[in-house]
Design a protein around this ligand. Structure first.
Ligand code: ADP
Length: 622
């Protein structure tokens, strides 16, 4: 049997012990081998051999137990060192006795830097009181395990965690708990009292930084969420207020619109002009009482009727939607004249105004119908009245210029009488000079023609006549009017000057009416100058000017008009003359306006007055 060195060693130790205790061993009573029989010695040897084997077996067992023990010690050391959880063993004073690899990583210090150091050295200053209390409580009551959460360790590690608030709430980077230079720990402790009364504190350290930062981030997000909700609630309240305001506004406008609707219904019914609503097919949808009055159909008869049927010439050539719309674009906003058909068959002169509008996405039309029969009658009546007054004015003009006219007629008559006497005288000769006679007779004829023309013009002026336009030269009319007044001007020492434009074209006008206007203006100028008893230079100047139209000016250097006169002279029946009618300028105005022109004046007191009228060059052709 091979004896192991341990056994040799054991034997040596045993021999040493035996030598040490020699005396005691000698005193022990051992059997005397010399007196022992052979069998007894043999039995003793046997006993000793068995005992030796027993001892060797025990020794082997001990050895294998020792090996197992050392293996488990190694296992323990490996588990302890490689455990993912950081473990520390502390003395009663808090000094680090042992630390595993995870602890050195967590505390960011190598093992030699940890052993013999107090743990609080690694704990953040803010948490040191907490740690102190924890440790003392632990030693006071070692029976139960203790937990300290939320302790921080100041080290160089930085935890990066992107806060979702940056994306979700667009908050600033510095507002979010993203970067930490601290490690958050949770400590779990067990206290062990050794046989020698020594106290060992075993600590398990758990890194809860991620958890803590997540918690902080969550709290931060919650706060922001709350703020967002608060803001949203405020804006919701504002919105609600806005909606309330809008609702009241809507209710108000609804009330107003229903009032408007009521009043427009009243207007619709009370209107003196006919109003019909027609749909896009041209059929009447509603009509007011005035329409029935104008056309002679009841409202019930009108409803659904095609509007075209009420007209002699349909305003819509085809009642298809497109054409209706096309036509309506041309006629919208303006009024146009048509002949309508009354229920009794008579033809009505009507004026229609068309307005289109959209209702429920369909085009509708409102047509305003005006009955022109009454207006036309009135216009005819007014025109007849005006013609009457114009006639009266002309007669009054002829009357007031009687002496001038008599003088004008008298001149050719005197000439005729003289020429006739000359003819008789020539004829009495034995051999009448026939050529001389015929010359005198021609002159007589001319004078008779001249007298005839004067009479004819007078007859024209004095006659009741209807408007007649022809192409005329304004120059001829001016000269004729000046001739009429020549005698009166001569009597009152008034000079008449003419400045007539050589460009003056023939224009379409009623010669009698325009001559009446010129005559009236000259006559007024003569009347004004007649009053200037002491004036030496009394002048009437008549000018024509052609630009965009033809302008005629009658200018005098009479007394002029006061402001009060200026306001009234173009209105009927204003006169400053004892025998005046005050209708002259009113008649002139209506004649000129009927020709498409305007009459104006300029006047300065003690300087004189100028009356202008203009006529369009392209006036209505005859
Ligand atoms: P009547 O000649 O019958 O008075 P008019 O209508 O022709 O009527 O003239 C109205 C008034 O205008 C005249 O009474 C006169 O006071 C004033 N008036 C017209 N033309 C002139 C003028 N050239 N100078 C001063 N006053 C004038």
């Amino acid at each position: 049997m091979n004896q192991s060195p341990d056994i040799d060693n054991l034997r040596q130790r045993a021999e040493l012990i035996k030598a040490k205790h020699q005396d005691q061993l000698l005193n022990q009573a051992y059997p005397d081998m010399t007196k022992m029989t052979g069998d007894e010695i043999q039995a003793l040897v046997y006993e000793l051999q068995v005992h030796q084997i027993e001892l060797e077996m025990q020794n082997n067992e001990l050895k294998s137990t020792q090996q197992e023990l050392s293996k488990s010690q190694q296992d323990y050391a490996r588990i302890y060192n490689l455990a993912p959880v950081a473990y520390l063993s502390l003395s009663q004073q808090g000094t680090i006795l042992q630390a595993n690899l995870a602890a050195t990583t967590l505390l960011n210090t190598p093992l030699y830097g940890l052993l013999g150091q107090r743990l609080e050295k690694f704990i953040h200053i803010d948490d040191q009181d907490n740690y102190y209390l924890f440790f003392h409580k632990l030693l006071k009551d070692p029976s139960s395990p203790h937990l300290l959460s939320g302790i921080t360790i100041a080290n160089q590690s930085t935890h990066k965690l992107d806060c979702q608030g940056l994306d979700i709430f667009h908050c600033l980077h510095e507002e979010c708990p993203t970067d930490r230079a601290l490690t958050y720990l949770e400590l779990k402790a067990v206290v062990d009292q050794q046989e020698n009364n020594e106290v060992i504190v075993y600590l398990a350290l758990k890194d809860v930084s991620t958890h803590k930062i997540l918690e902080d981030t969550l709290a931060c997000l919650n706060n922001k969420q709350l703020n967002v909700i608060k803001n949203q609630r405020t804006s919701l309240t504002q919105h609600r207020q806005l909606i309330n305001d809008k609702t009241s506004e809507l209710q108000q406008s609804h009330r107003t619109s229903s009032e408007l609707k009521d009043s427009s219904t009243h207007i619709f019914n009370a209107s003196s002009e006919g109003i019909v609503m027609i749909n896009h097919l041209g059929n009447i949808e509603s009509s007011n009482p005035a329409t029935s009055l104008i056309l002679g159909y009841s409202e019930a008869e009108l409803l659904g009727t095609a509007f075209n049927e009420l007209l002699i010439t349909p305003i819509f050539t085809d009642l298809s939607v497109e054409l209706l719309l096309e036509n309506s674009q041309d006629t919208l906003g303006s009024s146009f004249r048509v002949d309508g058909l009354h229920s009794n068959g008579s033809i009505l002169p009507l004026s229609l105004s068309l307005v289109n509008f959209t209702l429920n996405q369909t085009r509708h039309f409102a047509i305003v119908i005006r009955d022109n029969s009454l207006r036309l009658q009135q216009e005819q009546h007014e025109k007849a009245h005006l013609d009457e007054i114009a006639h009266m004015t002309r007669l009054s003009l002829i009357g007031s210029m009687g002496s001038g006219i008599a003088h004008q007629v008298n001149q050719p008559l005197t000439a005729i009488s003289n020429y006739t006497q000359a003819c008789l005288h020539l004829m009495k000769a034995e051999q009448p000079n026939l050529s001389k006679l015929s010359e005198v007779l021609i002159k007589t004829y001319d004078q008779a023609q001249k007298a005839g023309k004067i009479i004819h013009r007078m007859k024209d002026l004095a006659s009741q006549r209807t408007t007649l336009r022809s192409m005329n030269s304004i120059d001829a009319l001016i000269e004729s009017a000046v001739n009429f007044c020549a005698d009166e001007c001569y009597q009152h020492n008034i000079t008449v000057t003419l400045e007539l434009s050589p460009e003056s074209p023939q224009i379409a006008l009623d010669s009698v009416q325009i001559e009446q206007v010129i005559l009236n203006l000259i006559k007024n100028a003569i009347d004004a100058l007649k009053e200037q008893k002491n004036a030496s230079d009394k002048t009437i100047s008549i000018q024509t000017c052609v630009k965009n139209d033809l302008e005629v000016r009658v200018k005098d250097n009479g007394p002029g008009l006061t402001d009060a006169q200026k306001e009234k002279i173009l209105t009927p029946f204003f006169t400053s003359k004892t025998t005046g009618m005050g209708m002259g300028l009113s008649i002139c105005r209506s004649i000129i306006e009927a020709h498409g022109g305007m009459i104006r004046f300029d006047s300065k007191l003690e300087v004189g007055s100028t009356f202008y009228f203009n006529l369009p060059l392209n006036g209505e052709k005859p």
